[in-house]
Ligand binder design. Structure first.
Ligand SMILES: [Zn+2]
Ligand SMILES: [Zn+2]
Length: 304
């Protein structure tokens, strides 16, 4: 592999493949750097090598060299010289080449060393980061082993509560519907029982009224028979002649009729045109047969 020269100005290091400026101190520069650093235009007493600060006062200390010489140049450049001079020139040229390659190797070694140092530094940082990461992972794992399971997140907790509320609402709605159905059944039963109670109550009241009326009739008839035999006999005949029945038979019929419902008019019961006053336990009772239309009465109630 052929070695390629580079500009020895470290800030340039351009690849030299055509022409270059060479010095007797074995350094080589590109044309741009030679001009900028004062090798091309400076006076002889002010020329200093930019690489090694060697004074280059002689005219041949700095020359322009063709790196790709033509065949004619190769033929004429050493022509006319003695073999000793030719070998001396070739030897010095080889020293120049050796120096440049050695400097390039040293430069590459410095770069390699710098890169190695950088690599080792980064590797140590990486090892430190890995160690710290492993330590942190171990701490977190130990915490996870010691910590109880986390409570559900707010979102999951909210969804769980919403689901529970919905289930409770559905259960309450179902329970409410069951209670409404049960209330309707109870209302029907209560209404039926109330009707039965009213019917039985009315029957009992009617039975009591009929019994009281029959007893009152018996008392009236018996009282009339003991106190006024004439009126009793007259009343009996008159009643018997009017209805065609005997007194005993008439009483039996009235007792039988007492169990039937009667229409109440102003405190009296209207029954086939005959009016019988109700018994009044608190006031004086009238035993006259006037109420039956069978005779006159002289008591205070009927006189007034
Ligand atoms: Zn340069
Ligand atoms: Zn130099």
């Amino acid at each position: 592999m052929d070695f390629t020269f580079r500009c020895n100005f470290l800030k340039c290091r351009a690849v030299l493949d055509d022409c270059a400026i060479v010095t007797t101190c074995s350094h080589i520069f590109c044309l741009q750097c030679a001009e900028n650093q004062g090798l091309a235009n400076a006076t002889l007493d002010r020329r200093i090598c930019p690489a090694c600060d060697t004074r280059l006062n002689n005219p041949d200390d700095v020359v322009k060299s063709v790196l790709n010489p033509s065949e004619d140049y190769k033929t004429s450049i050493l022509s006319g010289l003695s073999p000793t001079v030719i070998m001396e020139c070739a030897g010095r040229a080889l020293q120049f080449y050796t120096y440049q390659t050695t400097q390039e190797i040293i430069y590459q070694e410095h770069i390699s060393k710098a890169l190695s140092d950088k690599y080792h530094g980064l590797n140590q940082q990486l090892d430190q980061l890995v160690f710290e990461a492993n330590s942190e992972i171990k701490k977190l794992q130990s915490k996870l082993e010691g910590i109880q399971p986390h409570p559900p997140s707010p979102l999951v907790h909210s969804l769980t509560n919403e689901t529970a509320v919905t289930a409770d609402q559905q259960a309450l709605t179902k329970r409410n519907q069951e209670l409404v159905d049960a209330f309707r059944e109870k209302s029907k039963s209560h209404s039926f029982i109330q009707q039965m109670y009213n019917k039985l109550k009315s029957e009992v009241l009617e039975s009591n009224v009929a019994t009281a009326a029959s007893e009152n009739v018996d008392k009236v008839l018996e009282a009339g028979g003991h106190e006024n035999p004439f009126a009793n006999a007259l009343g009996s005949r008159s009643l018997a002649s009017r209805t065609g029945h005997s007194t005993t038979k008439l009483r039996d019929e009235r007792i039988a009729e007492g169990s039937k419902p009667r229409r109440r008019v102003s405190g009296l019961f209207a029954n086939e045109g005959q009016r019988v006053p109700l018994a009044n336990p608190s006031g004086p009772s009238c035993n006259s047969t006037r109420g039956l239309g069978l005779g006159s009465c002289e008591c205070a109630r009927h006189i007034s």
